[in-house]
Design a binder for this molecule. Structure first.
Ligand code: AOF
Ligand code: ZN
Length: 366
Protein backbone atom coordinates (compact mmCIF):
# COMPACT_ATOMS: atom_id res chain seq x y z
CA UNK A 1 0.00 0.00 0.00
CA UNK A 2 1.23 3.51 -0.71
CA UNK A 3 0.70 6.03 2.03
CA UNK A 4 -0.58 9.55 1.43
CA UNK A 5 0.69 12.81 2.89
CA UNK A 6 -2.23 12.74 5.30
CA UNK A 7 -1.28 9.22 6.40
CA UNK A 8 2.24 10.46 7.19
CA UNK A 9 0.95 13.47 9.09
CA UNK A 10 -1.42 11.36 11.19
CA UNK A 11 1.24 8.78 12.05
CA UNK A 12 3.62 11.59 12.96
CA UNK A 13 0.93 12.88 15.32
CA UNK A 14 0.52 9.38 16.82
CA UNK A 15 4.28 9.23 17.44
CA UNK A 16 4.15 12.63 19.07
CA UNK A 17 1.36 11.40 21.38
CA UNK A 18 3.35 8.29 22.28
CA UNK A 19 6.23 10.52 23.38
CA UNK A 20 4.05 12.01 26.11
CA UNK A 21 4.77 8.83 28.03
CA UNK A 22 8.52 8.79 27.38
CA UNK A 23 9.28 8.54 31.11
CA UNK A 24 6.49 6.29 32.31
CA UNK A 25 5.55 3.17 30.31
CA UNK A 26 8.43 0.84 31.17
CA UNK A 27 8.47 -2.17 30.80
CA UNK A 28 5.80 -1.50 28.17
CA UNK A 29 6.47 0.28 24.87
CA UNK A 30 5.46 3.89 24.22
CA UNK A 31 2.44 3.80 21.93
CA UNK A 32 0.24 6.51 20.42
CA UNK A 33 -3.02 6.27 18.44
CA UNK A 34 -4.95 8.71 16.26
CA UNK A 35 -8.41 8.00 14.84
CA UNK A 36 -9.34 9.89 11.68
CA UNK A 37 -12.75 10.18 10.06
CA UNK A 38 -13.29 12.13 6.82
CA UNK A 39 -9.90 13.79 7.16
CA UNK A 40 -10.48 15.02 10.71
CA UNK A 41 -9.03 13.68 13.96
CA UNK A 42 -11.87 12.31 16.10
CA UNK A 43 -9.84 10.42 18.68
CA UNK A 44 -6.36 10.55 20.19
CA UNK A 45 -4.66 8.63 22.93
CA UNK A 46 -1.46 7.17 24.26
CA UNK A 47 -0.45 4.46 26.67
CA UNK A 48 0.43 6.15 29.97
CA UNK A 49 1.77 3.39 32.18
CA UNK A 50 1.95 -0.41 32.35
CA UNK A 51 -1.21 -1.89 33.80
CA UNK A 52 -3.38 0.96 32.52
CA UNK A 53 -5.34 1.07 29.21
CA UNK A 54 -3.48 0.94 25.92
CA UNK A 55 -3.32 3.84 23.44
CA UNK A 56 -6.17 2.52 21.26
CA UNK A 57 -8.56 2.33 24.21
CA UNK A 58 -8.08 6.02 25.02
CA UNK A 59 -8.45 7.05 21.37
CA UNK A 60 -11.58 4.91 20.88
CA UNK A 61 -13.14 6.34 24.03
CA UNK A 62 -12.62 9.85 22.70
CA UNK A 63 -13.94 8.98 19.23
CA UNK A 64 -17.07 7.18 20.43
CA UNK A 65 -19.48 6.50 17.53
CA UNK A 66 -17.23 8.48 15.16
CA UNK A 67 -14.83 5.52 15.12
CA UNK A 68 -17.22 3.62 12.84
CA UNK A 69 -15.63 3.42 9.38
CA UNK A 70 -12.69 5.55 10.53
CA UNK A 71 -8.93 4.93 10.09
CA UNK A 72 -6.83 4.22 13.18
CA UNK A 73 -3.12 5.12 13.08
CA UNK A 74 -1.16 3.25 15.73
CA UNK A 75 2.59 3.39 16.35
CA UNK A 76 2.66 -0.33 17.24
CA UNK A 77 0.59 -3.27 16.03
CA UNK A 78 -2.54 -3.49 18.22
CA UNK A 79 -2.29 -6.28 20.76
CA UNK A 80 -4.15 -9.57 20.44
CA UNK A 81 -3.52 -10.95 23.90
CA UNK A 82 -5.23 -10.72 27.27
CA UNK A 83 -2.48 -9.14 29.36
CA UNK A 84 -3.16 -6.67 32.11
CA UNK A 85 -5.78 -5.28 29.70
CA UNK A 86 -7.98 -6.93 27.00
CA UNK A 87 -6.87 -7.09 23.32
CA UNK A 88 -6.88 -3.79 21.43
CA UNK A 89 -7.46 -5.57 18.10
CA UNK A 90 -10.85 -6.72 19.42
CA UNK A 91 -11.70 -3.24 20.71
CA UNK A 92 -10.95 -1.75 17.25
CA UNK A 93 -13.14 -4.37 15.54
CA UNK A 94 -15.98 -3.81 18.02
CA UNK A 95 -15.83 -0.07 17.43
CA UNK A 96 -16.26 -0.67 13.70
CA UNK A 97 -12.97 0.90 12.61
CA UNK A 98 -12.59 0.44 8.83
CA UNK A 99 -8.81 0.61 8.47
CA UNK A 100 -5.82 0.23 10.78
CA UNK A 101 -2.36 1.49 9.88
CA UNK A 102 0.44 0.44 12.24
CA UNK A 103 3.96 1.84 12.09
CA UNK A 104 5.46 -1.51 13.00
CA UNK A 105 4.63 -5.03 14.16
CA UNK A 106 4.76 -5.90 17.85
CA UNK A 107 7.59 -8.44 18.32
CA UNK A 108 6.17 -9.50 21.70
CA UNK A 109 5.69 -13.27 21.16
CA UNK A 110 2.18 -12.93 22.59
CA UNK A 111 1.28 -10.63 19.67
CA UNK A 112 3.82 -10.98 16.81
CA UNK A 113 1.46 -10.51 13.85
CA UNK A 114 -1.65 -11.87 15.47
CA UNK A 115 -3.05 -8.40 16.12
CA UNK A 116 -2.96 -7.47 12.42
CA UNK A 117 -4.21 -10.94 11.48
CA UNK A 118 -7.18 -10.65 13.79
CA UNK A 119 -8.11 -7.28 12.30
CA UNK A 120 -7.81 -8.61 8.74
CA UNK A 121 -9.97 -11.65 9.59
CA UNK A 122 -12.67 -9.30 10.84
CA UNK A 123 -12.62 -7.46 7.49
CA UNK A 124 -10.64 -4.43 8.62
CA UNK A 125 -8.18 -3.09 6.01
CA UNK A 126 -4.66 -3.17 7.44
CA UNK A 127 -1.24 -1.77 6.56
CA UNK A 128 2.11 -1.89 8.26
CA UNK A 129 5.37 0.06 8.04
CA UNK A 130 4.47 3.76 7.96
CA UNK A 131 7.26 5.75 9.72
CA UNK A 132 8.68 2.46 10.97
CA UNK A 133 12.24 3.77 11.65
CA UNK A 134 10.83 6.52 13.86
CA UNK A 135 8.60 4.04 15.69
CA UNK A 136 11.51 1.64 16.23
CA UNK A 137 13.71 4.45 17.56
CA UNK A 138 11.07 5.43 20.08
CA UNK A 139 11.01 1.91 21.50
CA UNK A 140 14.63 0.86 20.99
CA UNK A 141 14.77 -0.50 24.54
CA UNK A 142 11.57 -2.55 24.33
CA UNK A 143 12.69 -3.94 20.95
CA UNK A 144 16.21 -4.75 22.13
CA UNK A 145 14.88 -6.55 25.20
CA UNK A 146 12.52 -8.71 23.14
CA UNK A 147 14.56 -9.19 19.96
CA UNK A 148 18.07 -9.52 21.47
CA UNK A 149 17.35 -10.53 25.06
CA UNK A 150 19.36 -7.60 26.37
CA UNK A 151 18.69 -3.92 27.00
CA UNK A 152 19.63 -1.09 24.65
CA UNK A 153 22.78 0.23 26.32
CA UNK A 154 23.64 3.94 26.24
CA UNK A 155 26.90 5.02 27.85
CA UNK A 156 26.85 8.60 29.08
CA UNK A 157 30.04 10.48 29.78
CA UNK A 158 30.78 14.04 30.86
CA UNK A 159 34.30 15.23 30.39
CA UNK A 160 36.61 18.05 29.48
CA UNK A 161 37.09 18.69 25.77
CA UNK A 162 40.23 16.56 25.96
CA UNK A 163 38.15 13.63 27.23
CA UNK A 164 39.00 13.68 30.93
CA UNK A 165 36.41 12.98 33.65
CA UNK A 166 38.45 13.76 36.73
CA UNK A 167 41.87 14.93 37.81
CA UNK A 168 44.32 12.25 38.85
CA UNK A 169 43.63 13.26 42.50
CA UNK A 170 39.96 12.31 41.98
CA UNK A 171 38.47 15.82 41.78
CA UNK A 172 35.59 15.59 39.31
CA UNK A 173 32.81 18.03 40.16
CA UNK A 174 31.88 19.92 38.07
CA UNK A 175 33.09 19.90 34.52
CA UNK A 176 29.85 20.36 32.59
CA UNK A 177 27.22 22.96 33.48
CA UNK A 178 23.64 22.94 34.80
CA UNK A 179 22.00 22.64 31.37
CA UNK A 180 23.96 19.48 30.59
CA UNK A 181 23.07 18.13 34.03
CA UNK A 182 19.37 18.68 33.33
CA UNK A 183 19.77 16.96 29.96
CA UNK A 184 21.38 13.98 31.70
CA UNK A 185 18.45 13.81 34.11
CA UNK A 186 16.05 13.68 31.14
CA UNK A 187 18.03 10.73 29.77
CA UNK A 188 17.85 9.06 33.20
CA UNK A 189 14.10 9.71 33.34
CA UNK A 190 13.45 7.81 30.10
CA UNK A 191 15.74 4.92 31.09
CA UNK A 192 14.35 1.79 32.71
CA UNK A 193 17.51 1.51 34.77
CA UNK A 194 20.83 3.27 35.36
CA UNK A 195 23.97 1.17 35.72
CA UNK A 196 27.09 2.14 37.63
CA UNK A 197 30.16 0.50 39.14
CA UNK A 198 31.65 0.11 42.60
CA UNK A 199 34.37 2.68 41.86
CA UNK A 200 31.82 5.42 41.15
CA UNK A 201 29.75 4.54 44.24
CA UNK A 202 32.85 4.66 46.45
CA UNK A 203 34.25 7.86 44.91
CA UNK A 204 31.06 9.92 44.44
CA UNK A 205 28.29 8.27 46.54
CA UNK A 206 25.74 9.16 43.81
CA UNK A 207 21.96 8.62 44.02
CA UNK A 208 21.43 8.36 40.26
CA UNK A 209 17.86 9.56 40.67
CA UNK A 210 15.94 12.02 38.51
CA UNK A 211 15.74 15.39 40.21
CA UNK A 212 16.13 18.06 37.55
CA UNK A 213 13.15 17.17 35.36
CA UNK A 214 9.58 16.32 36.36
CA UNK A 215 8.74 12.63 36.42
CA UNK A 216 6.42 10.31 38.31
CA UNK A 217 8.79 7.36 38.07
CA UNK A 218 12.39 6.86 39.14
CA UNK A 219 14.60 4.48 37.13
CA UNK A 220 15.95 1.43 38.89
CA UNK A 221 19.62 1.61 39.88
CA UNK A 222 22.10 -1.21 39.23
CA UNK A 223 25.50 -1.40 40.91
CA UNK A 224 28.18 -3.74 39.57
CA UNK A 225 30.31 -4.63 42.57
CA UNK A 226 32.07 -7.93 41.94
CA UNK A 227 33.89 -8.08 45.28
CA UNK A 228 31.33 -6.20 47.46
CA UNK A 229 33.56 -3.21 48.08
CA UNK A 230 30.75 -0.62 48.35
CA UNK A 231 29.46 0.48 51.74
CA UNK A 232 25.94 -0.80 52.47
CA UNK A 233 25.05 2.67 53.76
CA UNK A 234 25.83 4.29 50.37
CA UNK A 235 23.03 6.58 49.16
CA UNK A 236 22.31 4.38 46.15
CA UNK A 237 21.15 1.58 48.47
CA UNK A 238 18.29 3.72 49.83
CA UNK A 239 15.53 1.75 48.12
CA UNK A 240 12.77 3.98 49.47
CA UNK A 241 13.68 6.33 46.60
CA UNK A 242 13.98 3.75 43.78
CA UNK A 243 14.70 0.03 43.52
CA UNK A 244 18.38 -0.95 43.48
CA UNK A 245 20.11 -4.05 42.17
CA UNK A 246 23.53 -5.18 43.29
CA UNK A 247 25.34 -7.46 40.85
CA UNK A 248 28.19 -9.36 42.46
CA UNK A 249 30.40 -12.40 42.14
CA UNK A 250 30.29 -12.97 45.93
CA UNK A 251 27.92 -15.86 46.62
CA UNK A 252 28.01 -15.71 50.45
CA UNK A 253 24.50 -14.78 51.74
CA UNK A 254 25.98 -13.48 55.02
CA UNK A 255 27.80 -10.81 53.02
CA UNK A 256 24.61 -9.91 51.14
CA UNK A 257 22.63 -9.36 54.34
CA UNK A 258 23.51 -5.67 54.97
CA UNK A 259 22.37 -4.76 51.44
CA UNK A 260 19.34 -7.05 51.45
CA UNK A 261 18.35 -5.48 54.77
CA UNK A 262 18.02 -2.16 52.92
CA UNK A 263 15.78 -3.74 50.26
CA UNK A 264 18.49 -4.21 47.63
CA UNK A 265 18.05 -7.06 45.13
CA UNK A 266 21.33 -8.96 45.11
CA UNK A 267 22.12 -11.01 41.99
CA UNK A 268 25.04 -13.39 42.01
CA UNK A 269 26.56 -13.75 38.57
CA UNK A 270 29.30 -15.85 37.05
CA UNK A 271 32.61 -14.05 37.16
CA UNK A 272 36.16 -14.20 35.90
CA UNK A 273 38.93 -12.71 38.11
CA UNK A 274 36.27 -11.32 40.47
CA UNK A 275 34.65 -9.32 37.64
CA UNK A 276 31.03 -10.15 36.96
CA UNK A 277 29.93 -11.40 33.57
CA UNK A 278 28.34 -8.28 32.11
CA UNK A 279 26.50 -10.12 29.33
CA UNK A 280 24.86 -12.31 31.98
CA UNK A 281 23.91 -9.21 33.95
CA UNK A 282 22.28 -7.59 30.91
CA UNK A 283 20.37 -10.78 30.19
CA UNK A 284 19.09 -10.82 33.77
CA UNK A 285 18.04 -7.19 33.54
CA UNK A 286 16.23 -7.74 30.24
CA UNK A 287 14.41 -10.67 31.82
CA UNK A 288 13.22 -8.31 34.54
CA UNK A 289 11.85 -5.86 31.98
CA UNK A 290 14.76 -3.45 31.60
CA UNK A 291 14.72 -2.11 28.03
CA UNK A 292 16.68 1.14 28.03
CA UNK A 293 19.76 0.92 30.20
CA UNK A 294 21.85 4.02 30.80
CA UNK A 295 25.42 3.65 32.01
CA UNK A 296 26.87 6.31 34.29
CA UNK A 297 30.12 4.78 35.34
CA UNK A 298 33.85 5.28 35.36
CA UNK A 299 36.42 4.29 32.79
CA UNK A 300 36.69 0.74 34.19
CA UNK A 301 33.08 -0.36 33.69
CA UNK A 302 32.72 1.73 30.49
CA UNK A 303 35.80 0.02 29.05
CA UNK A 304 34.64 -3.45 30.11
CA UNK A 305 31.23 -2.95 28.47
CA UNK A 306 32.89 -1.68 25.31
CA UNK A 307 35.33 -4.60 25.23
CA UNK A 308 32.44 -7.05 25.68
CA UNK A 309 30.60 -5.51 22.71
CA UNK A 310 27.68 -4.51 24.93
CA UNK A 311 27.43 -0.78 24.11
CA UNK A 312 24.89 0.42 21.56
CA UNK A 313 24.91 4.16 21.94
CA UNK A 314 27.02 6.95 23.39
CA UNK A 315 25.89 10.23 24.91
CA UNK A 316 29.04 12.29 25.31
CA UNK A 317 29.00 15.68 27.03
CA UNK A 318 32.08 17.86 26.65
CA UNK A 319 32.84 20.91 28.74
CA UNK A 320 34.75 23.54 26.78
CA UNK A 321 37.81 23.06 28.96
CA UNK A 322 41.20 21.39 28.82
CA UNK A 323 42.70 19.63 31.81
CA UNK A 324 45.70 17.87 30.31
CA UNK A 325 46.47 14.26 29.56
CA UNK A 326 47.49 13.25 33.09
CA UNK A 327 43.87 13.29 34.27
CA UNK A 328 41.46 10.30 34.12
CA UNK A 329 39.92 9.22 30.83
CA UNK A 330 36.57 7.84 29.74
CA UNK A 331 37.19 4.24 28.66
CA UNK A 332 39.81 2.04 30.28
CA UNK A 333 40.91 -0.55 27.74
CA UNK A 334 44.04 -2.40 26.76
CA UNK A 335 46.44 -0.21 24.82
CA UNK A 336 45.93 -0.38 21.07
CA UNK A 337 48.93 -0.95 18.88
CA UNK A 338 47.06 -0.87 15.56
CA UNK A 339 44.78 1.96 14.56
CA UNK A 340 42.70 -0.65 12.77
CA UNK A 341 41.51 -1.70 16.25
CA UNK A 342 40.04 1.68 17.16
CA UNK A 343 36.36 1.79 18.11
CA UNK A 344 34.54 3.78 15.45
CA UNK A 345 31.37 5.68 16.24
CA UNK A 346 28.71 7.03 13.91
CA UNK A 347 27.71 10.58 14.78
CA UNK A 348 23.92 10.91 15.05
CA UNK A 349 23.52 14.34 16.56
CA UNK A 350 25.70 17.19 17.76
CA UNK A 351 24.41 20.22 19.65
CA UNK A 352 25.35 22.80 22.24
CA UNK A 353 23.72 22.27 25.67
CA UNK A 354 24.24 25.44 27.66
CA UNK A 355 27.97 26.16 27.46
CA UNK A 356 28.78 22.49 26.76
CA UNK A 357 28.78 20.27 23.69
CA UNK A 358 26.65 17.14 23.38
CA UNK A 359 27.30 14.29 20.95
CA UNK A 360 25.02 11.32 20.35
CA UNK A 361 26.66 8.41 18.55
CA UNK A 362 26.06 4.77 17.68
CA UNK A 363 28.73 2.12 17.56
CA UNK A 364 29.57 2.07 13.85
CA UNK A 365 28.90 -1.64 13.55
CA UNK A 366 25.45 -1.35 15.20
C1 AOF B 1 -1.13 -2.04 22.19
N1 AOF B 1 -1.30 -0.76 22.53
O1 AOF B 1 -0.77 1.02 23.73
C2 AOF B 1 0.54 -0.88 24.02
C3 AOF B 1 0.75 -2.24 23.60
O2 AOF B 1 0.58 -5.96 30.15
P1 AOF B 1 -0.24 -5.26 29.13
O3 AOF B 1 -1.62 -5.79 28.99
O4 AOF B 1 -0.24 -3.76 29.28
O5 AOF B 1 0.43 -5.58 27.72
C4 AOF B 1 1.69 -5.11 27.44
C5 AOF B 1 2.09 -5.54 26.05
O6 AOF B 1 1.15 -5.01 25.09
C6 AOF B 1 3.45 -4.99 25.65
O7 AOF B 1 4.50 -5.86 25.99
C7 AOF B 1 3.29 -4.84 24.15
O8 AOF B 1 3.45 -6.09 23.50
C8 AOF B 1 1.83 -4.41 24.00
N2 AOF B 1 1.75 -2.96 24.12
N3 AOF B 1 -0.08 -2.75 22.67
O9 AOF B 1 -1.95 -2.58 21.44
C9 AOF B 1 -0.52 -0.14 23.43
N4 AOF B 1 1.32 -0.31 24.98
ZN1 ZN C 1 -3.34 -3.25 23.35
Amino acid sequence: MTFTGQDHAMMARALQLAEHALFTTTPNPRVGCVIVRDGAIVGEGWHHQAGTPHAEVHALAMAGEAARGATAYVTLEPCSHHGRTPPCADALVRAGVGRVIAAMGDPNPKVNGQGMARLAEAGVATALGLLEPEARALNKGFLSRIERGRPWVTVKTASSLDGKTALSNGQSQWLTGPEARRDVHALRARSCAVLTGSGTVIADDPQLTVREVVTTRQPQRVVVDGALRTAPDAKIYDTSVAPTWLATAVADPARHAPYVGRGVKVVVLPAADGRVDLAALLQTLAGAGVGELMVEAGAGLNGALLAAGLVDEFRLYYAMSLVGHRAQGLFDRPELTRLADQTRLKLLDCRPVGADLRLSCLLEAA
